[in-house]
Design a protein around this ligand. Sequence first.
Ligand code: FEO
Length: 163
Amino acid sequence: MQDALNAQLNMELYSAYAYASMAAHFEHENLNGFSHWMQLQTAEETAHAQKFYQYINDAGGRVVLAAIDKPPAKFEGPVEVFQEVLEHEQLVTKSIYKLVDLANKESDHGTNSFLQWFVTEQIEEEAVADNILQRIKLVAKSPEGLFMMDQDLASRTSEASPE
Ligand code: FEO
């Protein structure tokens, strides 16, 4: 179980890294609202990693940090980026579900209880990514629409507040 939790810690750090790379892309494209949203998403993923770090320690385990994969650096438009966000979050959800399955198999009720926060969180993560993706698709071909979307995403105020 400990190895699987350490692997998830690494996946959360990779998520933070991937969203930081997307933030840098949007910054370069002068889409500052999109970049702001991605920077808060980066902070949220770092907080997720911290939760795993804390839990592994609290449970008497040993945190072992591994190399973080290189995230993509080249992206197309906002539609493609948010498609990647959605697909990545779907992967994270699958990974969390596998952890829950393993905790159940090992009758590890403490870890199961800890993981339930992430089960709920992933429903929100996927819903938010899909919502933004669908809205960008509606406006992607219009510069005015993209400008409005950028302003909308600039209003996200904390990592706990998805939009
Ligand atoms: Fe930590 Fe976006 O899942």
